[in-house]
Design a protein around this ligand. Structure first.
Ligand code: CA
Length: 228
């Protein structure tokens, strides 16, 4: 589902990884678990979640090294990262934060505590990711009621156009490639081609621009689309 915040967990202790997945999914997050640091580095190249939970000691590339590398890349420069570690010493904590982790949880931790931190961090990083009403410019999208308004007039959208608009409104100004939109709005397991994205963008534009003179959707040549 496009509107569930996406959390990636990089943790090589399989039991803990399973537990985290279970608890995060119960809270409504879309969860991906990865067991190795090097594998996480590759996956995070094309697939940036809303938040990363990163273990310190990992095979392949260590959590601390991975965190440092992620901060050097523009796509993951601002990705919220919570580091997990068995070491509780102050010097290690300082080191974790120095390489760019946003928060730090010492094992063994309580699951409700970690979930509370995840929620707080998501809210801080992207307030719209957890709220029911999204507002960008003169557009308002109500996730609970599944309704969209432009300048207070209701806009009627099909389910795919609704999800597309919701996805755009969660990150105004960000440019999304067609394949990113396919993965996030249609889902990675569904096979449709890039042209499908253009067709639905066309329908979305037609619906939201009816009776309005400005088009909030921008076509970025060679890159994709952005909104707002
Ligand atoms: Ca570990």
């Amino acid at each position: 589902m496009s509107h569930a915040p996406r959390v990636t967990v990089v943790e090589d202790e399989e039991a803990l990884s399973v537990l985290l997945r279970y608890n995060l999914e119960s809270e409504g997050y879309q969860v991906e678990t990865i067991l190795r640091g090097d594998e996480a580095e590759m996956t995070l190249r094309d697939n940036v979640p809303d938040l990363l939970i990163l273990d310190w000691m990992l095979p392949g590339v260590s959590g601390i090294e991975l965190c440092r590398r992620l901060r050097q890349r523009p796509e993951t420069e601002r990705l919220p990262i919570i580091m997990l570690t068995a070491r509780g010493e102050e010097s290690e904590r300082v080191r974790g934060l120095a390489v760019g982790a946003d928060d730090y949880v010492v094992k063994p931790f309580s699951t409700p505590e970690l979930l509370a931190r995840v929620k707080a961090m998501l809210r801080r990083a992207n307030p719209s990711v957890l709220s029911h009403i999204l507002k960008v410019g003169d557009l308002v999208l109500d996730r609970q009621q599944h309704r969209v308004y432009r300048t207070d007039k209701e806009v009627h959208l099909g389910p795919t156009e609704f999800r597309l608009l919701e996805y755009f409104m969660m990150a105004p100004g960000r440019v999304f490639s067609r394949s990113q939109l396919l993965d996030s709005v249609w889902g990675p397991d569904i096979y449709v081609d890039d042209r499908t994205v253009d067709v639905h963008i066309g329908r979305l534009r037609k619906a939201i621009n009816l009776g309005n003179s400005t088009d909030p959707i921008r076509t970025v040549r060679g890159a994709g689309y952005s909104f707002g």
